[in-house]
Design a protein around this ligand. Structure first.
Ligand SMILES: NC(=O)c1ccc[n+]([C@@H]2O[C@H](COP(=O)([O-])OP(=O)(O)OC[C@H]3O[C@@H](n4cnc5c(N)ncnc54)[C@H](OP(=O)(O)O)[C@@H]3O)[C@@H](O)[C@H]2O)c1
Length: 330
């Protein structure tokens, strides 16, 4: 069976979660780990039983052993590292958020096109069987016309101003870290990008948004209400209201089921197999897309990723959240 050889760039916190299921992706062969330090790369290679370790991202970019790179570094480095690997002929899955802003997103997409390589945002929540099933249910018209979606992803993080979550130099703030989920998933289930956006917010001492409450409106007048925060934990659920019924999806960012409510009927529970983390779905999808010779896909298209960055640019403008890395490239 043909497999795609995967290299991991930045073996940090998220990689430890991704590795719990990654070997379930049948068309992925994990061949390399790269870090800015050879020691850290070797340590990750040993921990995860990966054959190759590179002491710089450039070395992995130059390697003939790797087809696809998983870029798992803090957001301010998504653009530069994705371009490094794409220009070197690698396919790329880059963690969410796709980039820091729409300008970077456009540069990454242009680089993928010029290099004729596959590029995809790792918006893993769209790839779960439960998410694909709910999407199909909505598209079947079973819920009628969608009029309102609510979704929130907020959690109480440690108050550490050096950590990437609060640190502006590392792209901190609730919107880019977790607010991207309600925004991206509301657009996924509605099947379109919003036309209008409004935002209310609060800020941490570091100047990044500690809380972000937003409303979006779609072309047909339907609304979405999203929430993200770093200083309070919420239920992290999503609700989708249509003219014929409504759905609740607990943990919509890593869902294993949903419940359909229709007037006069008992609630209908749709359950799927539970997972450790469930990251393998997006990797398997990327690998099979690459093997089939396609560069475009529609689950999280590059246009979606770019336009979602543009919506977040508008929200950040409203919040006056600016990052040091953007000062000369906005
Ligand atoms: N999909 C999800 O559920 C999920 C969850 C958490 C995070 N994420 C995303 O994953 C990305 C990484 O998050 P994380 O929490 O894993 O971050 P992290 O642990 O702070 O950093 C990950 C790795 O990035 C590298 N790195 C750190 N600073 C760097 C820099 N200045 N330049 C280049 N590389 C640097 C480091 O590797 P070396 O020092 O070894 O090179 C580090 O181990 C973020 O964009 C985040 O949004 C996604």
């Amino acid at each position: 069976m043909e497999k795609v050889r995967l290299g991991i760039a930045g073996p940090g916190r998220i990689v430890h979660r991704v590795m719990k299921d990654l070997r379930k992706a049948e068309h992925i062969n994990i061949v390399a780990a790269a870090s800015r330090s050879l020691e850290r790369a070797q340590c990750a290679a040993k921990e995860f039983d990966i054959p190759l370790a590179y002491g710089s991202y450039e070395e992995m970019a130059a390697s003939d052993e790797v087809d696809l790179v998983y870029v798992a570094v803090p957001h301010p480095f998504h653009c530069s590292l994705s371009k490094l690997f794409l220009s070197a002929g690698k396919h790329v899955i880059v963690e969410k958020p796709f980039a820091m802003n729409a300008k970077e997103a456009s540069e990454m997409i242009a680089c993928a096109k010029a290099s004729n390589r596959f590029l995809m945002e790792g918006m893993w929540s769209r790839f779960f069987p439960a998410a694909q099933s709910l999407k199909a249910l909505i598209e079947s018209g079973s819920l009628g016309r969608i009029r309102r979606i609510t979704a929130d992803f907020a959690f109480k993080a440690d108050l550490d101003y050096e950590d990437r979550l609060y640190n502006p130099t590392l792209g901190g703030g609730s919107l880019l870290d977790v607010g991207v989920y309600p925004l991206s998933l509301m657009c996924f289930y509605k099947g379109e990008l919003p036309e209008k956006v409004q935002v209310l917010f609060d800020k941490a001492e570091t100047g990044v948004d500690s809380l972000c409450s937003f409303q979006i409106q779609f072309k047909d007048g339907a609304v979405g209400q999203g929430f993200s925060a770093l200083d309070v934990t919420t239920d992290q659920g999503m609700k989708i209201y249509g003219t014929k019924g409504w759905v609740e999806m607990p943990d919509f960012w890593h869902p294993v089921g949903y419940i359909v409510h229709k007037p006069g009927n008992e609630p209908e529970v749709h359950e799927f197999a539970s997972e450790n983390e469930g990251f393998h779905h997006e990797f398997e999808f990327a690998a099979t897309t690459i093997i089939s010779g396609q560069l475009d896909q529609s689950v999280i298209s590059l246009d979606d990723s770019k336009l979602i960055m543009r919506v977040m640019d508008v929200m950040r403008e409203e919040m006056n959240v600016k990052y040091p890395c953007e000062q000369c490239n906005m």
